[in-house]
Design a protein around this ligand. Structure first.
Ligand SMILES: [Zn+2]
Ligand SMILES: [Zn+2]
Length: 339
């Protein structure tokens, strides 16, 4: 089967690899869609923990193709998405929800297990979630990044009438924006430099979108809501954005950090102390958040379709990774397999 793999630092390739088969407790999916994630770009840029020829891709959905021994409750042909890992299923973390904390976790698509930039992918049956007919396969592959936004918004503890800033309108910033709106946040100001992404944030319901080089996002919140931002979501992840977030948030407010800065960064502790700011780093999601996202897509509580700006084939993945080093108009880029 065809798959897009990590070759070496800054180099992807599309190659032929063996098709997986399902062992006990496992299921093989025929992949419908797999989204390109910022973590994938980071992992390739920094050659993080991946052997050459690692099949990448961890935001995906597909149909059940082969069911391994001991798996019940699924039929061949059913559409599902999957948490992008296989965990033990019986430890405290797996039972409580955050399976990501399982000591035996093996992740898909970032070096441990093969991912879904491939025609077929091997999954653990315990990580699967069924997709209702109303959720398209393209949307099914958005469940993972949308759940990242939901997890952050859940952690923020926003009250009705709150005002917040989302820094960055890449896919994770947009997912955070969608959930802020769905959860009743009145004023959501998005700060973004790239023109194409400014348009996208407006389309997805931002109260206002400002270019922080030209206008102050916190000033915009004051103008629109008559208050300081209660929460700032940092979804950029480059040097200095965390300090900027701390500078903008209201005293006793909260900064929620989703952006993954890959190098040491400085903050101003005095400013944190004077404000008694809470800085909250978040990672991933739990199974319940996947379920809430699927339900929200099915009922139309969130409409994430405009996030998808590009649909490509697996052969085009290496070239798209080059393009995404400097994004211009791209929101979520979706790899699509014929199905
Ligand atoms: Zn991702
Ligand atoms: Zn476990």
């Amino acid at each position: 089967m065809k798959a897009a793999v990590f070759r070496w630092q800054n180099q992807m390739a599309t190659v032929e690899v063996p098709k997986p088969s399902a062992g006990p407790g496992e299921v093989v999916l025929k992949v419908h869609n797999c989204g390109i994630c910022g973590s994938d770009l980071h992992a390739v840029q920094f050659a993080l923990g991946m052997e050459p020829n690692t099949v990448m891709g961890h935001e995906f959905c597909g149909e059940i193709h082969e069911i391994g021994p001991g798996v019940s409750g699924f039929k061949v042909g059913e559409r599902v998405t999957s948490l992008p890992y296989i965990s033990c299923g019986h430890c405290e973390f797996c039972l409580r929800g955050p399976g990501m904390r399982c000591a035996e976790i093996r992740g898909l698509g970032l070096g441990q297990l093969p991912g879904a930039y491939a025609e077929f992918v091997l999954c653990g049956a315990g990580s699967l979630l069924k997709l209702p007919d109303k959720v398209s396969s393209r949307e099914g592959a958005l469940v993972e990044p949308l759940s990242v936004g939901l997890h952050a918004v859940n952690r923020a503890g926003l009250k009705p009438g709150a005002a917040c800033i989302v820094m960055g309108a890449g896919p994770i910033g947009l997912a955070t924006l969608l959930w802020c709106k769905a959860k009743g946040v009145q004023t959501v100001v998005v700060s973004e430099l790239v023109e194409g992404r400014i348009a996208l944030a407006k389309q997805l319901g931002a109260t206002a979108v400002v270019n922080p080089n030209k206008e102050s996002p916190a000033g915009k919140v004051r103008e629109l809501a008559g208050r300081e931002p209660d929460v700032v979501f940092e979804c950029v992840g480059v040097k200095s954005t965390l300090d900027a977030a701390i500078g903008m948030v209201v005293p006793e407010g909260r900064v929620v950090v989703l952006g993954v800065c890959m190098e040491p960064d400085t903050i101003t502790p005095l400013m944190c102390i004077l404000k008694e700011v809470v800085i909250d780093f978040v990672l991933g999601y739990n199974r319940r958040e996947f379920e809430e996202t699927i339900a929200a897509l099915a009922t139309g509580r969130i409409n994430a379709k405009p996030m998808i700006t590009d649909v490509i084939q697996v052969d085009q993945v290496p070239a798209m990774f080059e393009v995404l080093r400097k994004p211009t108009t791209q929101g979520k880029v979706m790899v699509e397999f014929s199905h």
